[in-house]
Design a binder for this molecule. Structure first.
Ligand code: SAJ
Length: 406
């Protein structure tokens, strides 16, 4: 039996996937409300294919509880935020989960950390807890790092098909854990050491953050000098060794906008490119607001209450709004004591911010300038509704005449 600790955006799909492939799974989360929701037969977030996977896993006998289990394998999948001041990883959730595992875990068990952690985190924070509890790592207990790689919006497919990295002190233990993941994972599974596995995960997300920052910086250069950044990126990407990502209104989520800071926090003197990239990405919501004011001036629009932000989530077709560019923009606006703009997102049903709408038509009726912050399918399918609006399209998805870009 495997006890999956943490039933959030990564832990839940992982637990469901393993259960639906015949592995006996108990999922544990300290959030009673979340566990009650799952036990009531409902998933806790929206994700393509998740409800179907949930049904299969329930049929296969998956259990959800707030209790840690006595078993031989634990998979820890809890969040790893960063400290906003030092930029270093805040490993408190991993530490507390491992401490709780130690209370029940028998000798000979394997503890797999799936949470993204910076290189050296397992050495610094996890090993000491295990040793303090009287376990000899490698003898009484095995420690493994198996960083997750799935992308929100396509998690179920990527769980099945992505290649994976397993880090272990002992290759044989790594191979054993790789076999457990191979119960569902059709990709290649590479076994390496723990610190290498930690670093690869952070590097992957940092690569993407730096590439997005490059695209965002190009957007600013092109805006400054009247060039079309999308056409330029399109042509550059026809070169066989160039692959630039897309500019956007900012970078959100709990991965790309967080993990690169771990490297900045741990290696401040060595992370010039990464540091500047993160600053460029963080500057984008403010840049969008600047564009809004420019467009209002150009159009002779006086009333900011007629400006609406389409999209609150951190990216398209997900309901996750952590670190979202729209929230960053609203926060920035608040610090300047400006009247909050109107906001609408089809994926956010609760009231999250001021002036929020829950109906696209009502939202559109109350605004003249629409800022496309998130490229949800809904807006792509309803472009005709923007025909009489002024549009600032931060994602280059709208081909209406006269549309403004970043
Ligand atoms: N974005 C851009 N331009 C682009 C691509 C993305 O501005 O060209 C923005 C998005 O709008 C979003 C942010 O970046 O705000 C991040 O979105 P994303 O789709 O790039 O990535 P995440 O954060 O949803 O998921 C990433 C993935 N990592 C990589 O692609 C290297 C995923 O595989 C990881 O599993 C995940 O982080 C994670 O959990 O670490």
């Amino acid at each position: 039996m495997i006890n999956v600790i943490g039933l959030g955006y990564i832990g839940l799909p992982t637990a469901l996937m393993m259960a639906s492939h015949g592995v006996e799974i108990v999922g544990t989360d300290y959030n009673r409300k979340l566990v009650d929701t799952l036990n009531a037969g409902k998933t806790t977030f929206k994700e393509k294919g998740l409800d179907e996977l949930f049904a299969e896993a329930v049929k296969a006998g998956i259990k959800f509880t707030t209790e840690y289990q006595v078993t031989d394998t634990y998979i820890v999948s809890v969040p790893t935020p960063y400290d906003k001041f030092s930029k270093k990883i805040d490993a408190c959730y991993v530490v507390s989960a491992v401490k709780d595992v130690m209370k029940v875990c028998p000798k000979g068990a394997t503890v797999v950390i799936e949470s993204t952690v910076s290189p050296g985190t397992i050495d610094r924070f996890v090993r000491p807890i295990i040793e303090e509890n009287g376990f000899r790592i490698g003898k009484d207990l095995h420690l493994v790092h198996a960083p997750e790689r799935i992308i929100p919006g396509n998690m179920v497919y990527e769980l099945l098909h992505n290649n994976r990295t397993i880090g272990a002190d002992d290759n044989a233990i790594g191979e054993k854990v790789a076999k457990a993941y191979a119960s569902f994972c059709q990709g290649d599974i590479v076994v390496t050491d723990i610190k290498t596995a930690e670093m690869t995960k952070v590097v992957e997300n940092t690569f993407r953050a730096v590439n997005i920052a490059f695209a965002n910086e190009l957007a600013k250069i092109c805006r400054h000098d009247g060039m079309d950044v999308y056409e330029i990126i399109r042509i550059c990407n026809m070169h066989p060794r160039v692959n630039i990502l897309q500019p956007g209104p900012g970078v959100g989520g709990h991965c790309i906008s967080v993990d690169p800071w771990f490297l900045v926090g741990d290696y401040p003197a060595l992370t010039k490119v990464i540091w500047e990239s993160m600053k460029v990405n963080d500057s984008m919501p403010e840049f969008v607001l600047g564009r809004v004011y420019e467009i209002m001036r150009e159009k002779g629009m006086k009333d900011p209450r007629r400006v609406g932000l389409y999209g609150l989530t951190y990216k398209e077709n997900v309901d996750d709004y952590r670190e979202s560019p729209t929230l960053q923009l609203l926060e920035y606006q608040k610090t300047h004591l400006a009247e909050p703009l109107k906001v609408y997102d089809p994926f956010i049903t609760e009231d999250l911010v001021e002036n929020q709408y829950h109906d696209l038509d009502r939202f559109l009726a109350d605004v003249d300038l629409v800022v496309i912050m998130v490229k949800h399918n809904e807006i792509k399918e309803n472009m005709n509704k923007l025909a009489d609006k002024t549009v600032l399209d931060c994602h280059h998805i709208c081909d209406l005449p006269g549309v403004y870009h970043l």
